[in-house]
Structures are given as structure tokens and as C-alpha cells.
Design a protein around this ligand. Structure first.
Ligand code: 0X9
Ligand code: ZN
Length: 298
């Protein structure tokens, strides 16, 4: 029985996605946008009611292998959109949810090394690239390493990884309708605005800071969990080649956000399973603010 009181395996998550598609066949699709280095499918769950394409929201998770809470929140979100309290959000938007962007790394964290971060592509010396440094927008400009053994290795070229190639090749086909792109990471409880390559604020910075503050207010209502909003470089460090930056920079999508979910370091990546549901619930409280703003056409 699939649920959110424990972390699920790759197979369990895929089975859940298939089961949900079969339960709601008329308005959901489950399809692969490519394969990982080790040949696993990159499965997108699409929710689209009615016959006409609507404004679309993209959500991805587990680009970093050890950030297990992110795919748990992604599947929880799918469940809420289909069977829960948030089905109304599918009236106005098409949803694209990629629960596990780095399946090879995710499986490796289950079998070998719980704290693995990168992909599992083989190089001469070390394995894997940081997929969130591998996107072709200001690639290798800052906060990336050219040492293949580093945790933030940008890869041998931009989009060297099959997993980032899949996004590069798929996103253009939906970008016309895409109004929101959200990437889930952990941990630190942050709502991050682009970009990671420079400390220069985007033109709409004030608008998005205001939105971020309203999201943070919403995520705090249920359990008083505090999220901080800001520019990546202001809150964290310079880091170029991230997925959000590429989506924003090359496709000019209106709203792009990166969430760093719970916690602030007590458990870090090893967030206890008892925190999955609260983390997901408060994320959805925040997502409601995003959905509302996109409805109003922020
Ligand atoms: O360093 C990262 O990739 C992210 N933090 S994490 O601890 N989850 O690894 C921050 C993402 C910064 N995002 C972009 N530069 N787009
Ligand atoms: Zn991450």
C-alpha cells in the first residue's frame, strides 16, 4: 500500500504513478521523456482536463539523489491534485510532474550510499555529474567544479547528462503554455528566485520577492515552518547551470522557483519519514499562493 509515512522505492513510486494513471485514464498521461544513464525512464505525470491545452505548471524533484523528501512531496502533490483537496487546481491548469529526475542516483542512495547527490554517468576517474550544474545557461560560470570527483562537477560539457538532455529536449514542446516552473530540492527551507550565476537581481525581483513572502506566510500557517525568500546568490552561493536558470533564461517562463524543503539542518537530507506529510502539506499551502497568482496572471 503506497503512502507517505515512509519513503518509497523507485519501483514503488513508478507503480503508484501507473496506478493513478489507470485510475484516472481520461485526463492523465504517464510518459517517458527520455532515459537515464543506466536506462531508467524519466517519467512525467501529466494532468490535463478537457480537450484544450491550458496554462501549464511544471514540477520536478530529486534532481539531487539524496533529497528524498522532494519526490515524496511530488507524489503527494499528484495525489492531492487527483484524489485530495486540490482537484480544483486542475480546472485552470495542466500539470506536468517529474517526480524523479535523477533515478540512477536515487536508486544508488537506496542501495549503496544514502548521501549520493550526482548522476551515475561514468567518467575516467569518478562517477557522475551534478545535474543541477549541467544545464546550458551560463554553464560552468560559477559555483561549479571541473573536477569530475567533486560534488558540484558541471559535467564534461553542458547537457552532457542524459537526464538534463531530456529536459532540454522536452521543455520546448510545452514552453508556449508554461507559466510556472518549480524545482524541488532540500534542505534549508528556502524559496529561491533566479539566477544562480550572478548576484544581479532579475527585473521582476520586487514582484517575486513579494510573492515569495506571501508563499512563506502560507507555508508557515499550519506548523509555523519558516521559509526564507530571496535570490540564490544572496541566500546561498553562486551556482550556475541549474535547471531553473536554464528554464528562465532560455525560455523566459514567467514564474520559476526553486524550493529547498525541510529542514534547516537538524536532520538535513535524512529527514525522518514522519515529516513527509507535514512538509508536503505546508508546501501545498504555499503552492496555493502560486496557483492563485498564476490564475490572476502575475
Ligand atoms: O546547490 C544546488 O544545486 C541547490 N542547493 S542543494 O543543497 N539542494 O544542492 C541550490 C540550487 C540553486 N539553483 C540554481 N542555480 N538554479
Ligand atoms: Zn538539491
Amino acid at each position: 500500500q503506497f503512502g507517505w509515512t515512509a519513503y518509497s522505492s523507485f519501483e514503488e513510486i513508478n507503480a503508484f504513478l501507473l496506478e493513478q494513471h489507470e485510475k484516472h485514464p481520461n485526463y492523465t498521461r504517464l510518459f517517458s521523456i527520455g532515459k537515464s544513464f543506466e536506462g531508467r525512464d524519466l517519467l512525467v505525470f501529466k494532468i490535463s482536463r478537457g480537450s484544450k491545452p491550458k496554462k501549464s505548471i511544471w514540477l520536478d524533484a530529486n534532481i539531487h539523489a539524496r533529497e528524498w523528501i522532494t519526490s515524496a512531496v511530488a507524489t503527494f502533490t499528484i495525489n492531492e491534485l487527483l484524489n485530495g483537496e486540490r482537484t480544483g487546481w486542475t480546472r485552470d491548469f495542466d500539470w506536468y510532474i517529474l517526480s524523479i529526475l535523477n533515478p540512477d542516483g536515487f536508486v544508488y542512495t537506496k542501495t549503496n550510499n544514502r548521501l549520493w547527490r550526482k548522476t551515475r554517468s561514468t567518467g575516467l576517474r569518478c562517477i557522475g555529474a551534478d545535474a543541477n550544474r549541467n544545464f546550458g545557461f551560463h554553464w560552468m560560470e560559477s559555483g561549479s567544479s571541473n573536477n569530475p570527483c567533486s560534488e558540484t562537477y558541471g559535467g564534461k560539457s553542458a547537457f552532457s547528462e542524459l537526464e538534463t538532455q531530456a529536459l532540454r529536449d522536452y521543455i520546448p514542446s510545452i514552453s508556449k503554455h508554461l507559466v510556472g516552473y518549480i524545482s524541488l530540492h532540500s534542505y534549508s527551507q528556502l524559496i529561491l528566485l533566479p539566477y544562480g550565476h550572478s548576484n544581479k537581481h532579475i527585473p521582476q525581483y520586487d514582484t517575486y520577492m513579494d510573492l515569495g513572502h506571501r508563499i512563506a506566510q502560507a507555508t508557515a500557517t499550519r506548523y509555523q515552518t519558516m521559509y526564507t525568500t530571496g535570490n540564490i546568490v544572496d541566500l546561498l552561493y553562486a551556482a550556475s547551470g541549474g535547471s531553473m536558470d536554464w528554464v528562465k533564461g532560455t525560455h523566459n517562463i514567467n514564474l520559476t522557483l526553486t524550493f529547498e524543503l525541510r529542514d534547516t539542518g537538524r536532520y538535513g537530507f535524512l529527514l525522518p519519514p514522519t515529516e513527509i506529510i507535514p512538509t508536503a502539506e505546508e508546501f501545498l499551502d504555499g503552492l496555493e499562493v502560486i496557483v492563485q497568482s498564476l490564475r490572476d496572471g502575475i
